[in-house]
Design a protein. Structure first.
Length: 310
């Protein structure tokens, strides 16, 4: 009886502490891209969702609540999974920006510093995730590693896709978790990454086509599918937007594709992708659209159907 009472008290404490979690700090430590407006924080890819300390609100849908509710809503976890995830010990929970790849610029503006990202010489987790779990060609993955565009983060084993600008400088990183918690992986942009730039691969000097994807995983999946079909990607630069970001399109066309590169929108088969393409086609009359086959949501779904279900 005493043991049962102690367990109940421990569970109640875990729930209480999980509800009190500073959601902004927790999201930043888990590489979720956030932006700030006044006293509110917003998810970069969901700007109608407001966050302040341990509370969040989504007025358009009447949703909101504490951090447990957020993980249930946003990451589709069960309440039990959310409590366990929020209760996990996190090193340097107070969020040290220098350790998260940020340094201060001349005017106090965060500037990305790739040298502060602790990378590992062991790529086994990245290879296992991208090749075995996602079905991406080992040759494609190794090409990114050998060209210093893909790394494995030492502490987390996350895949770090380096964002490189037109001068060849590292200006940010797209993160994809390789270790799952109840089938949930974290994705995001490293703090301080330069706005408007995305992970890119291919012909960076004067490409004829610039293809835009929702993630680095989709981008590499498309390369793998093209290779399997003997489709050459000559004169193509492939860019990940890490979401649906017109700023990435504008920057890529300006710095890589001027004056005549043709944008190609390769986004997911969903409502958000439909709306994004509709907006973009209003701005780019020469644009093309290339989407996964209608039976699949994204390029990795289509690839995995071929490589993992043989």
């Amino acid at each position: 009886m005493g043991s049962s009472m102690s367990e109940n008290i421990l569970i109640a404490d875990n729930v209480r502490l999980a509800r009190q979690t500073d959601l902004v700090k927790w999201l930043r430590m888990n590489n979720e891209p956030l932006k700030r407006a006044g006293r509110w924080w917003y998810l970069e890819n969901h700007d109608s969702l407001r966050i302040q300390e341990n509370k969040w609100y989504l007025n358009s849908q009447g949703e909101g609540g504490n951090p447990i509710d957020f993980l249930v809503y946003y990451y589709k976890m069960t309440p039990k999974q959310a409590i366990a995830r929020l209760s996990e010990p996190t090193s340097d929970y107070g969020f040290n920006e220098e350790k998260c790849g940020v340094k201060e610029g001349n005017k106090g503006i965060p500037v990305f510093d790739f040298s502060s990202v602790a990378t590992d010489s062991d790529y086994r987790r990245v290879l296992a995730y991208l090749v075995k779990s996602r079905g991406i060609s080992g040759h494609v993955v190794m090409n990114e590693i050998e060209n210093k565009r893909l790394y494995q983060e030492k502490q987390t084993a996350n895949a770090v896709f380096a964002i490189i600008d037109e001068a060849g400088a590292f200006v940010g990183a797209e993160i994809n978790g390789t270790l799952s918690y109840k089938n949930t992986r974290f994705k995001g942009i490293k703090a301080g990454s330069l706005n408007g730039y995305g992970f890119n691969s291919g012909q960076r000097f004067n490409p004829r086509y610039i293809l835009f994807f929702e993630s680095a995983v989709d981008l590499l999946s498309f390369i793998t599918l093209s290779t399997k079909r003997s489709i050459l990607l000559n004169e193509c630069l492939l860019v990940s937007m890490a979401g649906l970001k017109q700023t990435v399109i504008i920057t890529a066309l300006r710095v890589f594709g001027y004056p005549s590169a043709i944008p190609v929108f390769c986004v997911d088969n969903d409502v958000a992708g439909d709306a994004f393409i509709a907006r973009c086609l209003m701005n780019y009359s020469n644009a093309l659209v290339k989407r996964p086959d209608c039976a699949f949501k994204d390029w990795n779904d289509q690839l995995r159907n071929i490589t993992l279900n043989r």
